[in-house]
Design a protein around this ligand. Structure first.
Ligand code: ADP
Length: 477
């Protein structure tokens, strides 16, 4: 049994801006079910959704700040969560990283440096909890200083650093080093320095014992100039310690017992799926029609997700006999352009701006296909949810999408492995062609049904991925 400190800046259902939050609850749960002792440590943001009052279990100093450590369990689980309470840094309402205009908080370096230092005090058992980590598992740039600073400690536990998205690096100007009092040994180009800036993510990539990303293909993708953001050389250098472990899907995403959908179903009762389609149409004021081909999309509305490609497709797409259901928020320009299409085609397109967990489940259950034209995708979750719901994903051939969706081709139809539609080039034309391919196959109900069954049979459970993480922890004892 290992003591694993899982350091993360978000965890579902307490606080979530993206897939990191899902992983930060699902992986610890799966590790606990494999007999490990996990503590998830996360900042105590004011915006946390707490159903219980956490207990104060420690009080300690980090620099000139007094920090409390609070304890609770993750809702509906045995996973213990430790909250780093420092109201000066985490007491604001709203998003953990950006203000209501989408601008990063100016004191993000100080905020996350404090979080990292607090995690180190905990990992090293310096706050009288009698709990010393055997493994410290850090995630994304917000936790990057943990491996860097821990490397300077005597008898430090080994570290794993997971890159959930290399596009976000925690790059700050050079003065940050002094502001957050980083030791000079860490500041060379072999350390945290990056073209005159300070890179928090380099703290993880340079100093962690093992690096992972959330899919095998993305582990390769980030070693190329196209997706390496200037870190590809370092990642190639660390290739032996870099692996890709695909994320799993949480039990919440199972159409058989999903409480948020209208009618539950499984691969043997797929006729019941249509009740979710009509409920979705009614809820979104689209014409209720069991037969019409419904395309779904749930996403952050940012360039990474290929929203510009979707916008380029819409004029032609909306001439087809389809309905399209979109849920997301993000780039204001994308939001406005989508709003204009939705206003012009109210019978064909429903756009919901914002974050809505219930609607997300209903879209997964009610749509026929799910769109993910991402320019790059470290892992992606919705294409896996979609397959579990018999909602065939239409995805670009990149990162985790390439690893989890099997394109529908004559041979994959024949051997019952086809689970979706894959296109190569990041162009509206190829995306549209894949959508048309799906539309055509939808007119063959028997073939379509078999594709749905193939998709629903895929095993995306966390147990398999958690076992791979555990093997990795064991390799660095
Ligand atoms: P990323 O982390 O890049 O945003 P992922 O596919 O890994 O992308 O994870 C996104 C997660 O956030 C999924 O669980 C998805 O359903 C959810 N999500 C994204 N936008 C919304 C939204 N507007 N409403 C509800 N859930 C959303």
């Amino acid at each position: 049994m290992k003591k694993i400190l899982f350091v993360t800046s978000e965890v579902h259902p307490l606080i979530k801006t993206g897939g990191l939050a899902d992983v930060s609850s699902s992986l610890p749960k799966a590790l606990v079910s494999l007999g490990q002792e996990v503590r998830v440590i996360v900042p105590n943001y004011r915006a946390l959704k707490l159903e219980q009052m956490p207990n104060i279990i420690a009080l300690f100093r980090v620099g000139h700040h007094t920090v409390q450590l609070l304890e609770m369990t993750l809702p509906n689980s045995d996973v213990v969560v430790w909250l780093v309470d420092c109201p000066e840094y985490f007491g604001m309402e709203g998003n953990p990283y950006v203000d209501s205009d989408g601008n990063s908080y100016p004191n993000n370096p100080e905020r996350f440096a404090l979080f990292c230092r607090a995690a180190i005090e905990v990992a090293m058992d310096r706050i009288n909890l009698n709990w010393k980590a055997d493994i410290v598992h850090c995630n994304d740039w917000q936790t990057g200083l943990v491996p860097a600073l821990l490397s300077m400690e005597y008898r430090c536990p080994p570290t794993v650093f997971t890159i959930h998205n290399l596009a976000y690096q925690g790059l700050f100007n050079g003065l940050t080093a002094a502001m957050v009092q980083l030791p000079s040994q860490l500041l060379s180009p072999d350390g945290l320095e990056f073209h005159g800036m300070i890179s928090f993510i380099k703290g993880g990539i340079v100093y962690a014992d093992k690096i992972t990303t959330v899919s095998p293909t993305y582990a390769q993708d980030i070693q190329t100039p196209e997706l390496g953001y200037g870190l590809e050389g370092l990642l190639v250098y660390r290739d032996e310690d870099l692996t890709g472990i695909i994320n799993g899907v949480d039990d919440d995403w199972n159409p058989e017992n999903d409480q948020l959908i209208t009618k539950n179903y499984n691969a043997s009762s797929l006729d019941d799926k249509v009740a979710n389609k009509t409920a979705l149409q009614a809820r979104l004021h689209l014409p209720v029609d069991e037969k019409v081909f419904v395309l779904g999309l749930i996403s952050r509305l940012v360039e990474q997700k290929g929203i510009d490609m979707l916008l380029d497709c819409l004029p032609e797409l909306l001439t087809l006999p389809i309905q399209i259901v979109l849920l997301g928020s993000g780039d204001k320009d994308f939001e406005q352009q989508l709003q204009q299409f939705a206003a012009a085609y109210p019978h064909k397109m429903a756009l919901t701006l914002g974050y809505n967990e219930t609607l997300a489940h209903l879209i997964e259950a009610g749509a026929d296909v799910f769109l993910m034209p991402s320019r790059f995708e470290p892992c992606g979750l919705n294409q896996m949810y979609s397959q579990s719901y018999g909602t065939l994903p239409i995805v670009r051939n990149t990162g985790g999408l390439a690893d989890t969706v099997v394109d529908t081709l004559p041979e994959t139809i024949e051997d019952c492995t086809a689970t979706g539609f894959v296109f190569n080039d990041a162009h509206a034309g190829t995306f549209l062609e894949a959508i048309k391919r799906a539309t055509l196959l939808y007119s063959f109900p028997d073939v379509w049904r078999q594709l749905q069954i193939n998709a629903m049979r895929r095993d995306f459970s966390w147990q398999n991925s958690a076992a791979q993480y555990l093997a990795l922890y064991e390799s660095i004892e």
